[in-house]
Write a new protein. Structure first.
Length: 257
């Protein structure tokens, strides 16, 4: 049996949860060749990150729990990794770039990181538009449409029609799942369509997602993986999943700690 690091083991546990919706402490202990104490510690850490919900004898998937988090709670989840990803994306973005950003917490970290650049940002995120409006060097264009008041984004026919007016250098896309076979996905079916159209309106698509999104699928598919040019993720992402993505001719950038 190949010995895994704690991070690798936890990523594997999430993969198993994605497939089965439930894991058992004793079964995981046997599978990974570690003590039940170590497995319980893994589950506790994953629960702290909002990745699962502990139950007697094991854990269940927390997709619903994560879906039900407020915008602030989601922003605080894996905040260190999101800051590292944003710093790496800052190295890619240049002055005068036109950028499309969808709703999500990682784009907010990106916007803060690029605060010293003069850029135009097109977005369907109300939270992102309000954040960017504080910076006189940003030109912010908010797509109008139906409003999701819980997660502060616009969607629907009006938003899609507004998007048709623009073409961007770069799309910074926040997703909830990245899988080499099943593509990129989101918890929010209302936003999946506008994200799909954003890809068509950008010359280059950069997916910004921390390690917890790698190798998993969320509720609503956005598009196939071959529509992605670059993935920027955190250093604790599962290496086997990253290798599969690289095999799809996608540039994978790992933000080091």
């Amino acid at each position: 049996m190949i010995s895994l690091t704690a991070t690798e083991r936890r990523n594997k546990i999430i993969e198993i949860l994605n497939e089965n919706s439930r894991v058992n402490v004793n079964e995981l202990s046997l599978r990974f060749g570690v003590s039940s104490v170590a497995i319980r510690a893994d589950l506790s850490e994953l629960e702290r990150q909002g990745m699962l919900t502990r139950v007697h004898g094991g854990a269940i998937t927390s997709y619903k729990s994560y879906y039900d988090m407020s915008l602030v709670q989601r922003s605080n989840t894996n905040a260190r990794e999101k800051k590292q990803i944003a710093a790496k994306i800052n190295e890619i973005i240049k002055d005068s770039d036109t950028i499309i950003m969808n709703a999500g917490t990682t784009p907010i970290f990106v916007m803060r990181e690029i605060a010293d650049k003069r850029v135009t940002i097109v977005t369907n995120s109300i939270a992102l538009a309000l954040e960017g409006a504080k910076n006189p060097d940003f030109k912010i264009i908010l797509l109008g449409g139906d409003v999701d008041t819980d997660y502060q984004f616009t969607y629907g026919v009006s938003a899609l029609k507004a998007l048709e007016q623009y073409t961007a250098d770069i799309l910074i896309l926040s997703v909830d799942g990245i899988d080499a076979v099943r593509g990129i996905s989101t918890f929010y079916h209302q936003e999946a369509e506008i994200c799909r159209h954003m890809i068509k309106h950008a010359q280059r698509t950069i997916v910004a997602a921390d390690y917890s999104k790698i190798g998993r699928s969320a509720f609503a598919k956005i598009d196939d993986i071959n529509t992605v040019d670059v993935i920027v993720t955190s250093s604790n992402a599962d290496n086997s999943c990253l290798a599969k993505l690289r095999n799809k001719n996608i540039e994978v950038i790992v933000a080091e700690q």
